[in-house]
Ligand binder design. Sequence first.
Ligand SMILES: Nc1ncnc2c1ncn2[C@@H]1O[C@H](COP(=O)(O)OP(=O)(O)OP(=O)(O)O)[C@@H](O)[C@H]1O
Ligand SMILES: [Mg+2]
Length: 501
Amino acid sequence: MPRRRGRPRSPWTLQRRLVLTVVGLLALVSITIGVVSVVILRASLLDRLDVQLASAADRSGAVLGGGGDNDGDRLGDTPGSTYFGTPTANSILSGPAQPPGLLALVYDGSSITTGYTDDQSGAIEELSAQQVQQLADHVNQSAAVTVNLGGELGEYRVQAETSGSGTLYLVGLPLSGVEATAAQLALIITFVSLAGLIVVAIIAAWVVRLALRPLQRVTATATRVAQLPLDQGEVSLDDRVPTGDADPRTEVGRVGAALNRMLDHVDLALEARQQSERKVRQFVADASHELRTPLASIRGYSELTRRSGQQLPPDAIHALGRIESESVRMTGLVEDLLLLARLDEGRELEMEPVDLTMLLVDAVSDAHAAGRDHIWDLDLPEVPIEAIGDEPRLRQVITNLLANARLHTDAGTTVVVALAAVGDRAVITVTDNGPGVPEDLTSTLFERFARGDSSRFRGTGSTGLGLAIVAAVVAAHHGAVSVESVPGRTQFRVELPLATG
Ligand SMILES: Nc1ncnc2c1ncn2[C@@H]1O[C@H](COP(=O)(O)OP(=O)(O)OP(=O)(O)O)[C@@H](O)[C@H]1O
Ligand SMILES: [Mg+2]
């Protein structure tokens, strides 16, 4: 089957489904009651009409002489009511106590006379030959039948009889009254049902909305929790579905209670995660701290031995040099780890105005000394710019960025360091025209131990912590760091809050 194109149809809400079901069922019940009522009423009115017709037939039989063939002795034998003369339809219609709208046909063996009382004028009119034929076709003597005479007359309930004197006659009463009453009842039931359906639809919508309101509150809680950044940092999961909406005796309450239980579990799991993170952080901080002293000793002793050791073979001197340089590198790594662990702990930084202009001048001149084969440019504003922060940490941020621009680019690369005040922020940019950050690294650049897979830098002691420290320090200053990198242009941008006043 071909699928329909375009927007998928929005699903039916529970509210709409419930309201429509209630209204639909009520409509079904109303229709059934209406149809049954009208049918029963019509049948009972028809019965009454048949009784009237039988009485009229009896009276007519009496008028024609001798009464009807079945029960003529009931009315027809009344003295003084017998008709002496040629029996005609007129004699029946003008007989005593005949009901309005009566129709009569008399066949005296040679001729047929017909007539009916016109409802409006009360005059007696004759039937057409076609109508007489209709009557002749349908009528039998056993019971009353319904005949459609067409035109103004419509349907008639008709019964044939033979008078005591042997005259064949036929009387009929119009069905229009029965039909009108049945139609009126049908109309009333339709209107009442429609009004009832509208009222029920409004009440049902209101009741369902009221009943679903707790569900909306449960949804709101779930939505709020879903927006929490649960994957990182210290998060407390205090949000719960209100107790009133978490009563397990109701359906919605069960959903609320289940959500609350789930949130309790997630909260416990989060607490466990945070606890273990805290322990790891504490361990890293303690380990780094404890490693500093032995590392300083290794470095000191190796340096001492190397310097005083004229009697040592050249291999040993080389080995001691390596021990010394590796311990320097390891000290740097341990310092970095300790700093990151402290920043993770959220330890407060010293916050005071720092002259960024001076800081950049110092950092660039250091970088220039370290990287003579690079071209270093400084783009500073006329007025000094101060940021609020921790001076040694901010110095480390700049140093790390400049070290990257030196170590991860080729000789001859130009590095431009710029400073500007934008709004209430100081913006430092470090731009180089080197090869750019490796593509597979862009998404994890500021994560710990993320580094380019170039063996050239491994050898130089790259650990992949430099930018992680930049990101952590800048975040601790409520600033922002970002990078744009394409081959030929790499720009790191650091924003820090300006010192005001
Ligand atoms: N200016 C740059 N140009 C090209 N690649 C860069 C630049 N700056 C950083 N990178 C890439 O990003 C990686 C991560 O840098 P990061 O400073 O975090 O670590 P690292 O420099 O490798 O080691 P370290 O911890 O010693 O700084 C680097 O290994 C390098 O591949
Ligand atoms: Mg680096």
